[in-house]
Design a protein around this ligand. Structure first.
Ligand SMILES: Cc1cc2nc3c(=O)[nH]c(=O)nc-3n(C[C@H](O)[C@H](O)[C@H](O)COP(=O)(O)OP(=O)(O)OC[C@H]3O[C@@H](n4cnc5c(N)ncnc54)[C@H](O)[C@@H]3O)c2cc1C
Length: 156
């Protein structure tokens, strides 16, 4: 639903009210999980952008995250790709390329695959700062739900 939420074609309240009775057809655990994503994660992202001055920058990452990334900055990176190679899905990883093709052609990608997609860009970029910038640019250029608060929070 994220593209429809992003463009305001449906409200999260309407979704929440319709999902709650779906416990008749799905497990309560599925309903709870959906509501947790729709309400908690989505609104955490909105709060992150509202209350973080430089929410779209690497500097906004918490200290512990920057420390871990700095500790691993000199790890060997045998495969480095340019943003153009990434966007045109020209890596040595067929699964990643398939996800990138999906993004290019449909403007969407499943949440689990987005996690893999972003982590590989970190591995294939010369610095974590460059990875952050590339991931955010591709995310916001190619996803229908890009440029949303959830985009900035999840890329970070
Ligand atoms: C690297 C990366 C980039 C992402 N970029 C975006 C983006 O540009 N725009 C965007 O809207 N989401 C983004 N997400 C979050 C998530 O992947 C999408 O919201 C989700 O894939 C949308 O699919 P769905 O509507 O089927 O979600 P469902 O799993 O059906 O969840 C229902 C709703 O809950 C909310 N939600 C679910 N997961 C998250 C989450 N992790 N954070 C915040 N809200 C969530 C969304 O509004 C979603 O529509 C990103 C995640 C990652 C890991």
């Amino acid at each position: 639903m994220s593209p429809y939420l992003h463009f305001g074609q449906i409200s999260p309240l309407e979704l929440a009210l319709r999902i709650a009775p779906a416990a008749k057809f799905a497990s309560q655990a599925d309903v709870d999980s959906y509501l947790e994503e729709l309400i908690v994660r989505r609104e955490l992202a909105i709060n992150y952008c509202e209350f973080t001055e430089n929410y779209d920058s690497y500097d906004a990452l918490p200290g512990w995250a920057k420390q871990t990334l700095a500790d691993h900055a000199k790890d060997p990176r045998p495969n480095l790709y340019t943003e153009q190679q990434l966007e045109s899905a020209q890596t040595a990883d067929p699964w990643w390329n398939a996800a990138q093709h999906e993004m290019n052609t449909t403007g969407f990608m499943h949440n689990y695959m987005r996690m893999y997609w972003g982590k590989k860009i970190l591995e294939w970029s010369p610095t974590p700062q460059a990875a952050f910038a590339t991931t955010l640019r591709l995310n916001n250029k190619l996803f229908l739900d890009g440029r949303d608060p959830s985009a900035f929070a999840n890329v970070a």
